[in-house]
Design a protein around this ligand. Sequence first.
Ligand SMILES: *[C@@H]1O[C@H](CO)[C@@H](O)[C@H](O)[C@H]1NC(C)=O
Ligand SMILES: *[C@@H]1O[C@H](CO)[C@@H](O)[C@H](O)[C@H]1NC(C)=O
Ligand SMILES: *[C@@H]1O[C@H](CO)[C@@H](O)[C@H](O)[C@H]1NC(C)=O
Ligand SMILES: *[C@@H]1O[C@H](CO)[C@@H](O)[C@H](O)[C@H]1NC(C)=O
Ligand SMILES: *[C@@H]1O[C@H](CO)[C@@H](O)[C@H](O)[C@H]1NC(C)=O
Ligand SMILES: *[C@@H]1O[C@H](CO)[C@@H](O)[C@H](O)[C@H]1NC(C)=O
Ligand SMILES: *[C@@H]1O[C@H](CO)[C@@H](O)[C@H](O)[C@H]1NC(C)=O
Ligand SMILES: *[C@@H]1O[C@H](CO)[C@@H](O)[C@H](O)[C@H]1NC(C)=O
Ligand SMILES: *[C@@H]1O[C@H](CO)[C@@H](O)[C@H](O)[C@H]1NC(C)=O
Ligand SMILES: [Fe+2]
Length: 498
Amino acid sequence: MKVFATFIAAALPVVVVAFEHSTTTAQIRLAYHGQHGMTVSWNTFQHIQHPKVRWGLSEDNLNNTASSNLSITYPTSTTYSNHVLISGLAPDTTYYYMPSPLSIKCKDAKKQRPYSFRTSRRAGDKAPLSVAVAVDLGTMGSLGLGTTAGSGVSPNNVLKPGEKNTIDSLASSLSKYEFLWHPGDMAYADYWLKEEIQGYLPNTTIEEGYKVYESILNEFYDEMMAVTATKPYMVGPGNHEANCDNGGTADKAHNITYTSAICSPGQTNFTGYKNHFAMPSDVSGGTGNFWYSFDNGLVHFIQLDTETDLGHGFIGPDEAGGSGGIGADPVNATMDAQTTWLQADLAAVDRSKTPWIVVAGHRPLYLSHANDSTFCSPCHEIFEPLFAQYDVDLYLSGHAHVYERLAPLGQHGVVDPAELNNPRSTWYITNGAAGHYDGLDALQSPRQPYSRFGLDTNDAVYGWSLLTFHNSTHLTHEFIASNNNTVLDSATLYKAHK
Ligand SMILES: *[C@@H]1O[C@H](CO)[C@@H](O)[C@H](O)[C@H]1NC(C)=O
Ligand SMILES: *[C@@H]1O[C@H](CO)[C@@H](O)[C@H](O)[C@H]1NC(C)=O
Ligand SMILES: *[C@@H]1O[C@H](CO)[C@@H](O)[C@H](O)[C@H]1NC(C)=O
Ligand SMILES: *[C@@H]1O[C@H](CO)[C@@H](O)[C@H](O)[C@H]1NC(C)=O
Ligand SMILES: *[C@@H]1O[C@H](CO)[C@@H](O)[C@H](O)[C@H]1NC(C)=O
Ligand SMILES: *[C@@H]1O[C@H](CO)[C@@H](O)[C@H](O)[C@H]1NC(C)=O
Ligand SMILES: *[C@@H]1O[C@H](CO)[C@@H](O)[C@H](O)[C@H]1NC(C)=O
Ligand SMILES: *[C@@H]1O[C@H](CO)[C@@H](O)[C@H](O)[C@H]1NC(C)=O
Ligand SMILES: *[C@@H]1O[C@H](CO)[C@@H](O)[C@H](O)[C@H]1NC(C)=O
Ligand SMILES: [Fe+2]
């Protein structure tokens, strides 16, 4: 690798650039931990012996303290991820909190008011519930999606001057949803090399590339704080979390194709993703930040991993030998751990409390797209029969940077004749249009017979999904255009849930 890297450094015209990390960072991210807990995660430049969160019921009285020993990092990271679980909280209650220490300037820390969050509703709480979902959401601004881009990005897909991006939109809509769900592809730090080759970011050497990668990650989590310091941020794994150059990046001008061999150990095997998050798999029997479930009000939410650990003899797309050229290891050594867990998790759902079951995975099962590795093809065999057996209401995905709402579909993509009026099959929606450096993708033309509404690169609209569970029988999905927060598509599913 050393020899290879030296060769590249010689081949690339090197303009050395300071990718020094900024002097402040906070990156505060919340995550539900059951209905009585909240995990507060944040990043600091230093290792913290005992990260602490002061918290309380009023802004002026943070009279409780939670702490942990979890201040973790990895080779090449410029920060430490601190994780503190606050337990013993009441459901559906607003609390105020302040993590410490924070890597922000002292004068800013002094004037900083406490943050706040609201705990999950009890399972069975019948109040209407709204949830924001964004997939394929990258860093915004000069390191990612901005008003200019490098060569190779559709000029139609850069932001227009003054156009609001999806992070802006989510941050200006905090009163509209309880939590944000992001099933994979965040930051797109692994685009650092592509952005350099395309002339968007200044060139560095391959050896120095990790600094650019880490600066993109830090920037993303800081940008997201406008949402994630207030709203729980529930995440799942996507391919862009898996390695440093998306499994390979070509520099056509110099006839060099980089492989994942240039990635340093800190940037493979989902290392940053494992470090940054603390999803509630310990209280749902799942595995790390990869698959887990949680209840909130009328809904049982399930996050799946379409990237690794498909089991049953299938190689996950991000695993060694998989389609992505990424070479990650499986995350659980138990044979067929994910589907075994999914079956048990679905079997244990009490539909009298949580009539709705919503599943998210990064890759789609159905989409108006050529049948290639965009899909989780093995999912048809390993997950879909379980969706049918346990009457999963909705499957959400992204990965393709498009929006497409399908009909409820039985196995092999057979349209349920009931459509949205009490179908017996699962409804499928892909919304990978949140926005990242590379813009949007195209839907196949003509669209599949099961397609009901779509937006793609030609529409050049970025957006996110708002799910509203009105009661035990009605669920509305809306596509919100990030630019102006208007609803460009709305559909309501009726399920009798007898
Ligand atoms: C914190 O203050 C609340 C009143 O706001 C009180 O009920 C609670 O017992 C206090 N907790 C501690 C640990 O003192
Ligand atoms: C931190 O670790 C020490 C010993 O390793 C232990 O005594 C202490 O209880 C731990 N603190 C927390 C908050 O887990
Ligand atoms: C970076 O290097 C690429 C070739 O690998 C070149 O095409 C590009 O113009 C360079 N960008 C800058 C900002 O120097
Ligand atoms: C590009 O490199 C490959 C080997 O890596 C070589 O076979 C090919 O001829 C090169 N193409 C050009 C146009 O130089
Ligand atoms: C792997 O899955 C098994 C069975 O679901 C579970 O008990 C175990 O905790 C998982 N391992 C990890 C590392 O999460
Ligand atoms: C992933 O981690 C394993 C060890 O757990 C290692 O053998 C493998 O080489 C790593 N993959 C990459 C691409 O670094
Ligand atoms: C799509 O491709 C996968 C393998 O890549 C194959 O197993 C499957 O049968 C194909 N599906 C269709 C509908 O052709
Ligand atoms: C459930 O919500 C829908 C949409 O708001 C409404 O039309 C319907 O009447 C509600 N059902 C009940 C039983 O309240
Ligand atoms: C909102 O923005 C979308 C996408 O840019 C556009 O199609 C729509 O017409 C706009 N609606 C309003 C009311 O401005
Ligand atoms: Fe993806």
